[in-house]
Design a protein around this ligand. Structure first.
Ligand SMILES: Nc1nc2c([nH]c(=O)n2[C@@H]2O[C@H](COP(=O)(O)OP(=O)(O)OP(=O)(O)O)[C@@H](O)[C@H]2O)c(=O)[nH]1
Length: 143
């Protein structure tokens, strides 16, 4: 539960789309939720908009610039020690070369492969929304 001592922590994340696939990142042993797959991003800092936060976090974590495309539905999720609001945007890779600063691994996944991933729990509703709108947001699947 959130209250004035434990406010909801806003966290942004980017669904980076390329060639009919989306990029997921595996949290490293040094991070909480170690080993879980997530969309890269992070906590919104004081005075920052969600969009500004996400551009900063993607540059910090992956070393690339992205262009944000569209917001998806935010997800409120209660972990044992905190409540987060995960705010997703679709995005495309604009420039730069991938260089991982925090995650163990990143991979491009197609629609079917997404179903078998060990996701951070707050990401599951986002993946469901993405699956429902896949063709519109990501593009047609290869036959
Ligand atoms: N970035 C990101 N965080 C997520 C996702 N799903 C999810 O539950 N989280 C949780 O949201 C919180 C914020 O994540 P973070 O650790 O990446 O944020 P940050 O780099 O700004 O924080 P820090 O500087 O305190 O480490 C963590 O508790 C993380 O487990 C996701 O898809 N992306």
């Amino acid at each position: 539960m959130s209250n004035s001592k434990n406010p909801i922590i806003p966290v942004t994340c980017a669904i980076i789309i390329q060639g009919g696939k989306v990029l997921l990142a595996k949290r490293s042993a040094l991070m909480d939720l170690a080993g879980k797959w997530e969309f890269p991003g992070g906590k919104i800092e004081e005075g920052e908009s969600g969009e500004e936060c996400l551009l900063r976090e993607i540059k910090e974590e992956l070393g690339i610039q992205v262009e944000l495309l569209a917001p998806l539905s935010p997800v409120n999720f209660s972990y044992p020690t905190k409540v987060i609001q995960l705010i997703p945007f679709t995005a495309r890779w604009a420039s730069g070369e991938l260089r991982l600063a925090e995650h163990d691994q990143v991979e491009w996944y197609d629609q079917n492969q997404l179903n078998s991933l060990d996701l951070a729990p707050a990401d599951i509703p986002i993946v469901h929304e993405l699956q429902e709108k896949w063709v519109k947001l990501v593009g047609p699947n290869e036959s």
